[in-house]
Design a protein around this ligand. Structure first.
Ligand code: NOJ
Length: 542
């Protein structure tokens, strides 16, 4: 069973451009990442997920690729990339990458040729309409910033379709030649040593788009996911797909596929939003419902849980009232909000209270699913709201109190470094937190180690327990004769609760945080006292 490596391992998301600059040109690079692999190893990172690193005009921070087989020159050479993979593998770290094939950059040679002539073989690689489609301004992914999804191209004399920014024309996935190219891209990077793909924008990748389609109710081609799965696994047995699909739980099944023949893992956006609601309000009913709603997935599949990623926190699946409560607590200023649905802040400034941050990580590391953290979150980096849209959470990594946070010695780093206020690199940095045993960095590596000692979290089908409290969530994991009970208090006040487990009366639960014991009382109930925003993981003593 051990080969399903995505059941329990910690994933760390890196944007090479802003991680570590090794040649002092102001831009992070692969050699810089290679130098920091030992740092990642000490946190307990098992897999790195690389944000797009291919050549790109950077209209969407690299998610607009102009050569799928290349490496952005600023980030290093192909040899630097190979060396990074080699050294990572030697240290037991896998490297995954973003697979962004829903669209290309409008500067990609394919699009350049496609727009130039109707006779170009590349014309049918994109999606065109002679007249402006009726629903040209519906279904934008970046509302408020993006005006339309069909844009007239003078050179082509037609409208082209783009779910995302204008500079990102959608590829026509119905075209077998495009599908073949996508397989070629997958094969190319798997051969280079990539362990799997974070598949970008899955619902849009598999939608059937054409001049008459309804962008609000598109038809999906789910067999494409099966094909991707089969293709990547034929090529590399343990390669995985990690799907980015913010879908309603009612729609999740075909993404995971029949008998696990779809995405091996998917980000649990649904739980993420309800988790933020619970963190903001202390009310846990909807989080419990979300956990139950996302419970049934194939035995070989796994959720990927996260607190923050490189985008805004998308709260689009909460009700308006719920969303406004999360806004009120975590993003009250309109400059903190984005796309009418989310918050563009990092976790630490948003949550503020260290007890709440600690609770959030205790939850992240023990929820059903594999934990994913984003670079800089492990030290509680801040955000820069003066930067455009989602760039607010994409500032350079803060390594030390040296100039430019030790990210680069160049006079002009690629993006401003946070140097003012409580989240300035002078205070918040890796070096300082390494030296402080009570730092967030050390707590997070502690959680990561503890998680490895609790494989049942990844393998069992976690059961939500009755806790007798609106503020407390408890989950029981049973696997191969081992049991674990995790308990979290989302209230700032201490809570005394009765957790009803299915564990035999009289047995002992050991608190893995402080080694104190609890005994299971009559009818499996255990009486637990938690501090404000407190949590505990209990292992059944054999
Ligand atoms: C989802 C990515 O997370 C986001 O950053 C990007 O803008 C879009 N896909 C388009 O590729």
């Amino acid at each position: 069973m051990e080969e399903l490596w995505y059941k329990n391992g910690l994933v760390y998301s890196v944007d090479v451009e802003v991680f570590k600059d090794s040649n002092n040109d102001g831009v992070g690079d692969f050699d810089g990442l290679t130098q920091q692999l030992d740092y990642l190893k000490t946190i307990g990172v098992e897999t790195i997920w690389l944000a797009p690193f291919q050549p790109s005009p950077n209209e969407d921070d690299g998610y607009d690729i102009s050569d799928f087989y290349g490496i952005d020159k600023r980030l290093g050479t192909s040899q630097d990339f190979d060396e990074c993979i080699r050294q990572a593998n030697q240290k037991g770290i896998r490297i995954m990458m973003d697979l962004v094939t829903n669209h290309t950059s409008d500067q990609h040679p394919w699009f350049q040729q496609a727009r130039r002539s109707k006779d170009s073989p590349y014309r049918s690689w994109y999606v065109w309409a002679k007249e402006r489609p009726k629903k040209w301004d519906s279904g934008m992914v970046f509302p408020g910033v993006q005006k339309d999804i069909w844009t007239y191209d003078k050179q082509a004399g037609e409208y082209y379709y783009h779910r995302f920014y204008e500079a990102q024309p959608d590829l026509n996935m119905q075209n077998p030649a495009v599908q073949r190219e996508m397989r070629k891209i997958i094969r190319y990077w798997l051969d280079k040593g990539i362990a799997g793909f974070r598949v970008d924008a899955v619902p849009f990748l598999i939608e059937v788009a054409n001049a008459d389609f309804d962008p609000d109710k598109p038809e999906h081609q789910f067999d494409m996911i099966t094909q991707l799965h089969q293709y990547s696994q034929w090529h590399k047995r343990d390669a995985i797909l990690l799907g980015e699909a913010n879908v309603d739980p009612k729609e999740q099944e075909p993404y995971f596929g029949n008998e696990g023949q779809g995405m091996q893992t998917m980000f649990n956006f649904f739980v993420n939003q309800h988790l933020f609601y619970a963190l903001a309000t202390g009310e846990t009913a909807s989080l419990k419902e979300a956990l139950n709603a996302t419970k049934n997935i194939p035995p070989t599949a796994q959720w990927a849980n996260f607190l923050r990623n490189h985008d805004e926190i998308d709260l689009g699946r909460l009700s308006d009232t719920e969303r406004s409560k999360v806004y009120a607590r975590f993003g009250p200023d309109t400059t903190m909000q984005l796309y009418d649905r989310g918050i563009r802040r990092r976790l630490a400034p948003m949550l503020g209270d260290p007890r709440l941050i600690n609770l959030a990580y205790s939850v992240l590391f023990s929820l059903p699913g594999m934990p994913v953290i984003r670079y800089g979150e492990e030290i509680g980096m801040g955000d820069d709201l003066s930067l455009k849209e989602r760039l607010s959470v994409r500032t350079p990594m803060q390594w030390s109190a040296e100039p430019n946070a030790g990210f680069s010695t160049s006079a002009k780093p690629v993006r401003p470094i946070i140097s003012q206020g409580p989240y300035s690199y002078k205070t918040v940095n890796v070096a300082a937190q390494r030296a402080d045993s009570s730092s967030l960095l050390n707590r997070i590596s502690h959680f990561a180690r503890l998680r490895k000692q609790c494989p049942e979290i990844g393998w069992a089908n976690g059961k939500i327990l009755d806790t007798n409290s609106d503020h407390v969530v408890a989950i029981q994991y049973d696997w191969q004769g081992r049991s674990l009970v995790t308990v979290y208090n989302f209230s700032s006040e201490p809570q005394q609760c009765q957790v009803k487990s299915s564990i035999k009366t009289g047995l002992t639960l050991v608190n893995l945080f402080d080694q104190t014991n609890n005994t299971i009382g009559g009818s499996g109930a255990v009486s637990i006292k938690l501090a404000g925003y407190g949590s505990a993981w209990y292992r059944l003593k054999n």
